[in-house]
Design a binder for this molecule. Structure first.
Ligand code: PA5
Length: 359
C-alpha cells in the first residue's frame, strides 16, 4: 500500500472520490455491499413455510445458476468436514440422475424466473424427491405455492449476486431441519463479526492506501485477473471470477490447487502470461501441502505473470474464512468496475439472454 508522502496515484484518488462513485454507481451497489453483514443476520431468521420436519436425506442437491448457485458451493465448503451425505450444487436443467427417493432438493433462484432452476424443481416433483424453493417469487415461487412445497421467501429488489446472505443462510436452517450437522452458532457468530469488521475496512470510506480491496483492484489494473483458490477456497475463486465478470464487465479466470498443478500451470509459459494477474486466495486453515503448492506456484509464475497478489482469509472457523474471502472479492470487483468506468449494477446482456430464453 502507498507510502506516506508518496505521489498520489490518480487511479487511487478516483476510487476514493465520492463523485466518481455516484456517477458510476447510481443504484448504490456500495451501500448494498456495506449492508451485507446486516443481510446475513436478517437471513438467519428466514425459514421455509410450511416449516415441516424433513427426514434425513442420503443426498442434498442445491439447484441454481449464477449468484443463486453459490449458496450451494458455500454450504458444501463450510459444512463439508462434518457432513456424511454429499451436497451437490447442480447448475443446469433437470437434476442429476442420482436424485430420487431420499434426495433433498433445494431449488434456489433469487428472481424465481431462471428456467434451469424451475426445471430442477419440476424434475424433483417428477422424481418424487423432497423439494424446497428459495426465491423472492417469480415462477419458482408460484410453482412452490401450487404444489404446497416449503418455500423460503426472500426479500426482493437486489441483483442476485448481492443477495448472497439471503441465498446462503437459509440453507443452513434447512440442513439442520433435515438432521444434518451445520456450523455451530459460535462459528456463525464469528463469521458475522468478521464480515462486520470487513464492511468498514473495505468500504468506500476507507482510503485506497488502507483498503485491501481497492489495493487489489489497483494492482490488477488492466490485466486479466486469474483467481486461484486452494482445496477449500476453489469455489471462492470461482465466485471471484463471476463477480468480476458481472460487476466489472471483464473476463476473468478461476482455478484451484492442487488441480491446476496438473494442467493449467503449463499454460503460464504462453506469451500472454504477461497480460494476466494472479490472485492467490490463501486460507489460514489450508493444509501445509497446499501452502507449499502456493509457494511453488508463485515461484513458477512470478517471473512471467504480469503480476501476482495474495489475499488471506480471516477468522478461525471455516465459515468466517470462506465468507471473508468472498466478501473481499465482491469489493475488489466493485472497485475494478469503478476503475474501468462502468456501472457495476447493470447486467443488460445477461438479462437480455435470459429474457429471450424464457420466450
Ligand atoms: O448475478 C446474477 O445476476 C446472475 O448470476 C444470476 O444469479 C443468474 O442469472 C441466475 O438468476 P437467479 O439468481 O435470479 O436465479
Amino acid at each position: 500500500m502507498s507510502e506516506p508522502g508518496a505521489a498520489v496515484d490518480p487511479r487511487a484518488a478516483a476510487l476514493d472520490d465520492p463523485a466518481v462513485r455516484s456517477r458510476l454507481d447510481p443504484q448504490g451497489m456500495a451501500g448494498v455491499l456495506s449492508r451485507f453483514p446486516a443481510q446475513c443476520r436478517e437471513a438467519q431468521a428466514l425459514r421455509p413455510v410450511p416449516d415441516v420436519p424433513l427426514g434425513p436425506p442420503r443426498l442434498v442437491v442445491v439447484a441454481g445458476m449464477g449468484g443463486s448457485a453459490v449458496g450451494g458451493d458455500l454450504l458444501s465448503a463450510c459444512a463439508g468436514d462434518r457432513l456424511r451425505v454429499p451436497v451437490l450444487t447442480h447448475r443446469g436443467y433437470g437434476l442429476p440422475a442420482a436424485a430420487g427417493p431420499g434426495t433433498l432438493v433445494i431449488a434456489a433462484s433469487y428472481s424465481g424466473d431462471t428456467v434451469e432452476a424451475v426445471s430442477a424443481f419440476e424434475a424433483a416433483l417428477a422424481a418424487g424427491t423432497v423439494v424446497l424453493a428459495v426465491t423472492q417469487g417469480g415462477r419458482l415461487g408460484a410453482l412452490a405455492a401450487r404444489h404446497q412445497a416449503p418455500l423460503v421467501r426472500l426479500p426482493g429488489g437486489l441483483p442476485p449476486r448481492l443477495a448472497l446472505g439471503y441465498l446462503f443462510f437459509p440453507l443452513l436452517g434447512i440442513l439442520a431441519s433435515a438432521g444434518l450437522p451445520t456450523p455451530p452458532p459460535t462459528e456463525v457468530a464469528e463469521a458475522l463479526e468478521v464480515v462486520e469488521a470487513l464492511a468498514v475496512e473495505l468500504g468506500p470510506a476507507a482510503p485506497a492506501g488502507k483498503n485491501e480491496a481497492k489495493h487489489l483492484a489497483l494492482e490488477i489494473g488492466d490485466r486479466t485477473p486469474v483467481a486461484y483458490g486452494g482445496q477449500l477456497t476453489g469455489a471462492v475463486a470461482y465466485r471471484w471470477k463471476t463477480d468480476i465478470e458481472e460487476n466489472a464487465k471483464r473476463l476473468a479466470v478461476a482455478g484451484a490447487l492442487p488441480e491446476m498443478n496438473h494442467n493449467e500451470i503449463e499454460a503460464w509459459r504462453a506469451p500472454e502470461a504477461g497480460r494476466l494477474h494472479a490472485i492467490l486466495l490463501r486460507d489460514r486453515g489450508e493444509h501445509p501441502d497446499i501452502g507449499r503448492r502456493f509457494d511453488l506456484l508463485r515461484a513458477v509464475i512470478g517471473p512471467v505473470a504480469g503480476g501476482v497478489s495474495e489475499a488471506w482469509s480471516r477468522g478461525e472457523g471455516r465459515l468466517a474464512r470462506l465468507l471473508s474471502l468472498v466478501y473481499l472479492g465482491q469489493w475488489t470487483s466493485y472497485y475494478l468496475a469503478l476503475g474501468r468506468g462502468v456501472d457495476p449494477w447493470a447486467v443488460p446482456v445477461l438479462e437480455e439472454v435470459k429474457r429471450r430464453l424464457r420466450g
